[in-house]
Design a protein around this ligand. Structure first.
Ligand SMILES: *Cc1c(COP(=O)(O)O)cnc(C)c1O
Length: 239
């Protein structure tokens, strides 16, 4: 096995252990490998190891990779990073999932483009669970209103919520972010005018995915633990 396949197996093993420890059903947590900044060879290796969907946080990079792998029909793409409204068209063209929905203007632009292409898109509402001003995402207290306002956009299939927890060595601070996500999810489940379903929680990365699983993550987005370290230390936010 190559390095990527080895790493994948190790991460999958850690996911299973964390799931069992949290009393979660086996297989209830999905691994979304995040291939941003890494080249096609590593993606191919992960594909050969069974991965079929990859996360990218920059639209241009994702579109180029989608083009490169266009002849592989069962390879799909999730855009997981902040998106400017003027790039909605690109995402509507090739992405299967979008994890960073945080404005109605963007929802409207995506919906219009999807309609034109007769496509739909799985979306996750990004919530700023750490309440840091520099972070993207809907404020915790606005999440329910936002979800209700998404109702008209028929081409968006709202699957759940996404967050990036605070970057911190303080596990209690990180857990606080995940706990807030559970609370938002609970409120949304009690709001029958909210668009879509809220069964999915996309949260947890290389540094905190086991903790996220303990708090109900259904999709963990893992990059460095699979593909190795990236050159730029700070590339969780596009642009
Ligand atoms: C890069 C990135 C990840 C993965 O982070 P790692 O630390 O490499 O596991 C997850 N989510 C988003 C939005 C990212 O940009």
């Amino acid at each position: 096995m190559g390095q990527v396949a080895d790493n994948l197996a190790a991460v999958q093993q850690r996911i299973e252990v964390a799931s069992v420890r949290a009393g979660r059903a086996p297989g209830s947590v999905r691994l979304l490998p995040v291939s941003k900044t890494h080249g096609p060879e590593k993606i191919r290796e992960a594909y050969d190891a069974g991965m079929r969907i990859f996360g990218e946080n920059r639209v241009q990079e994702a579109a180029q990779k989608a083009e490169l792998f266009a002849d592989v029909p069962d390879l799909r793409w999730a855009v997981i990073g902040h998106l400017q409204t003027n790039k909605a068209k690109d995402v509507a063209t090739f992405a299967e999932e979008f994890h960073a929905l945080d404005s109605l203007r963007l929802a409207e632009a995506l919906d219009r483009r999807l309609h034109q292409q007769a496509r739909s898109l799985d979306v996750f509402v990004q919530v700023n669970s750490s309440d840091e001003p520099q972070k993207f995402g809907v404020a915790v207290e606005n999440a329910v209103d936002f979800a209700v306002a998404l109702r008209p956009y028929q081409n968006l299939r709202v699957r759940g919520l996404m967050t990036l927890a605070i970057f911190s060595d303080d596990a209690e601070a990180v857990a606080g972010c995940f706990r807030r996500m559970l609370e938002v999810q609970e409120r949304l489940r009690q709001t029958d005018t909210a668009a879509g379903s809220y069964d999915e929680l996309s949260m947890g990365m290389s540094g905190d995915f086991e903790l996220a699983i303990a708090y109900g993550a259904t999709t963990v987005r893992v990059g460095e633990a699979i593909f190795g370290s990236r050159l730029r230390p700070q590339d969780y936010w596009p642009g």
